[in-house]
Design a protein around this ligand. Sequence first.
Ligand code: C5P
Length: 205
Amino acid sequence: MIVTIDGPAASGKGTLARRLAEHLKVPHLDTGLLYRSVAERVLAEGRSPDDVEAASAAARDVDLAALDRGRLSGAALGEAASRVAAIPEVRAALLKLQQDFARRPGGAVLDGRDTGTVIAPEAEVKIFVTATPEVRAARRHQELLARGENLRFDQVLADIRRRDERDSGRSAAPLKPAPDAVLLDTTDLDIEAAFREVLKIVRRA
Ligand code: C5P
């Protein structure tokens, strides 16, 4: 069974996807890490995240086994990732690797922005997770403080809004629910309650 969980930054999709994959005993791919690792490489080369050539070359070189969530989940890489992610050539270079992952025998859970719309439209279960920008910013703020990144709440909220706008407004695979996705609003749900809802959606399918 393929399960896709899409949604905006800090909606809870990543945590829910990880927990669901553990529960179902199938592999999980956090597709945001792919764009973050492309951004990391481009920045390390001293190039701009908007540099089509540098970003496409980095995307063609991504190694799934080398993705390290701890290293990649900072605020600056999130911002740079959303810029490389708007480049169609970057998305094209990362497509096959994600589709191969989704189609592993035995199934998989993928989370990101376009996993239900572009990567695996054939998925048996598609969930689109949302929450208000303020609640998402509060969650991300806590995560970043725990990483030792001392940003102010209003900076995190501004970053979330900017990324929402860029991810939803781009022409290549914009952030939007698949027509057959189940919407899950986690604004008033803690992670346990949200996970119970995810399990209900999966069981129904
Ligand atoms: O989910 P995360 O915050 O790690 O994603 C970083 C950025 O990567 C997002 O803001 C988005 O621009 C991009 N992304 C994407 N498509 C995906 C996953 C992430 O465009 N499937």
